[in-house]
Design a protein around this ligand. Structure first.
Ligand code: HEM
Length: 544
């Protein structure tokens, strides 16, 4: 490719410009004045009070006092690494000859091209200082610094989600976070509010099955699958669109910890997963994933017994195979955790030409939420100028000013139309690489609703349960006993068994009921028992 093309090193070269190395340097103030003594404050007399004019003391302390920024409202705890993405030379695309038949995105076109990436892995519920090995979903967010701008694939290690509509997200997170009165528990689902919410929300059933499984206890970040979860669109040069699901498959295989290990590790080394990623890369290993796609033609979208726009559903691989299209390699640890891992800001709305959204109502809401929360996290709209977030592609526009603006924009003109700014940034037609949203035909009434096609909450949960081996089933049941055994209110335990699990699998529901003091359902379709029949010996005193 020509010299302007982005390559693996281009993001690192850009970051090198702002890397500061203290080796062999003189200590200075923030304004470049050499400092003679950084241990003793300026005093009036041998044993006197500190003097206000001590600019070095004030600067050093002020900077320290302002070191912390808000943690992410979810996914607060994580770690990250640099690497690259490279498309395969001759991917097996089934009926399609070439990936360019499906998408015009530049990062997929040339198998010699390595696009730089930064990946952040995270837990979801716990705060920044919580333990790594808790039962939780893991975030798997990738920023591709492409020559056409940044593309963020902000995924998780489980291919589905808890809820179907973004409107429910604040409720989900309020239910799953530590309880508001006592702030307990810090990072686990084992409490009343989460299971109360779950037991009243049948759409959560499929996700709960995954969360009770070993998927929620990954052995290492390099041993996790990743999923875009939502259905997205790929768009080719002609403007044609297909639906797509994205899959990351780890070369190290998908591995989990067992419950006992997670409990001990949370005490002995709460950084277990973060340290593993750092150590293996520092030791010269290069964790690798294969990127795969499931492709569905637009006119095929109706052939499934679930809705492609429903994020609580997978597309079974027996129906649509996953086609590998490239690999991602992580080969460099960050230099500075705060500057890179803490300040990286992903946003599902960051797409490049060739990739577009579907109408999945969860995805649609995410397109608003990330930028909004980042305004809170960075206290400025200029977080996209921070080195880790800055694209390699050139940026020119009329956006101006704001807290901590880094760019020095030149000239009189920051508006359009204008007659005095000859070299003013010009728009680019779609045919020449300008982003254009897919011209999907939309027609309907303005309504708040849940489509009928989103109403089957149990078929895929059952599919998941039936795909488990007996030891895996036992692990899920043990997890349900532990989690629900910590729920004080008997009616919540009962609703989980009767309203959710008994609709997944009768035997499963009975086995869960047995371990948590709930009368096992007699029949698959049993109604909730009369509440008085529940075992009164189960109370807060039984919590362990
Ligand atoms: C982080 C909102 C669903 C994956 C976040 C953050 C917010 C948020 C506010 C914090 C971002 C920041 O401070 O930079 C939402 C909303 C959702 C939703 C409103 C649903 C309506 C999902 C889903 C996935 C996901 C379905 C996976 C496909 C992530 C990841 C992060 C994150 C990986 C951490 C990014 C990082 O490492 O910085 N989400 N989220 N979220 N979300 Fe979501």
């Amino acid at each position: 490719h020509d010299e302007d093309t982005v390559d693996e090193e281009s993001k690192r070269t850009q970051l090198d410009d702002v890397r500061e190395n203290p080796e062999g340097q003189r200590l200075t103030s923030d304004h470049g004045v050499k400092i003679s003594d950084t241990d003793n404050s300026l005093k009036a007399g041998e044993r006197g009070p500190t003097i206000m004019e001590d600019f070095h003391f004030r600067e050093k302390m002020t900077q320290f006092d302002h070191e912390s920024i808000p943690e992410r409202v979810v996914h607060a705890r994580g770690t990250g690494a640099h690497g690259y993405f490279q498309p395969y030379d001759d991917p097996d695309l089934g009926e399609y000859e070439d990936i360019s038949e499906l998408t015009k995105a530049s990062l997929f076109q040339d198998s010699d091209q390595k696009t730089p990436v930064f990946v952040r892995f995270s837990t979801v519920v716990g705060s920044r200082g919580s333990a790594d090995t808790v039962r939780d979903v893991r975030g798997f967010a990738t920023k591709f610094y492409t020559e056409e701008g940044n593309w963020d694939l902000v995924g998780n290690n489980i291919p589905i989600f808890f809820i179907q509509d973004a409107m429910e997200f604040p409720d989900l997170v309020h239910a799953i976070k530590p309880e508001p009165d006592d702030g307990i528990p810090q990072a686990s689902a084992a409490h009343d509010t989460f299971w109360d919410f779950a037991s009243l929300k049948p759409e959560i059933t499929h996700m709960v099955m995954w969360v009770l499984s070993g998927r929620a206890l990954p052995r290492a970040y390099r041993m996790m699958q990743g999923f875009g979860v939502h259905t997205f669109r790929l768009i080719n040069e002609a403007g044609d669109s297909v639906f797509v699901k994205f899959h990351w498959t780890p070369k190290y295989g998908t591995n989990q910890l067992v419950w006992d290990e997670t409990q001990k590790l949370a005490g002995k080394n709460p950084d277990f997963n973060r340290q593993d990623l750092y150590n293996v890369i520092e030791a010269g290993y290069e964790p690798e994933w294969e990127l795969g796609v499931q492709i569905v033609e637009e006119d095929e979208a109706d052939r499934f017994d679930f809705d492609l726009l429903d994020p609580t559903k997978i597309i079974p691989e027996t129906e649509v195979p996953v086609r590998p299209i490239g690999k991602m390699v992580l080969n460099e640890t960050p230099d500075n955790f705060f500057a890179e891992v803490e300040q990286v800001a992903f946003h599902p709305g960051n797409v490049v030409p060739g990739i577009d959204f579907s109408n999945d109502p969860l995805l649609q809401g995410r397109l608003f939420s990330y930028q909004d929360t980042q305004l809170n996290r960075f206290n400025s709209a200029n977080w996209d100028e921070i080195p880790i977030n800055r694209p390699i592609a050139e940026r020119h526009n009329n956006q101006r000013a704001g807290f901590m603006r880094q760019e020095i924009n030149q000239g009189k003109v920051s508006y359009k139309p204008n007659s005095i700014g000859d070299d003013h940034p010009k728009e680019t037609p779609a045919a020449e690489g300008g982003y254009e949203h897919h011209a999907e035909k939309v027609d309907g009434h303005k309504i708040r609703n849940r489509s009928d096609s989103f109403q089957d909450h149990f078929t895929q949960a059952r599919l998941f349960w039936n795909s488990m081996s007996e030891p895996e089933k036992e692990n899920i049941i043990d997890a349900a006993h532990f989690e629900l055994g910590k729920v004080d209110r008997m009616e919540i335990r009962e609703r989980m068994v009767y309203d959710l699990f008994n609709n997944v699998d009768h035997e499963f529901a009975r086995r869960v009921a047995d371990g948590i003091g709930v009368n096992p359902p007699e029949e698959p379709g049993d109604e909730l028992p009369d509440h008085d029949e529940a075992d009164p010996s189960l109370s807060i005193l039984n919590r362990t």
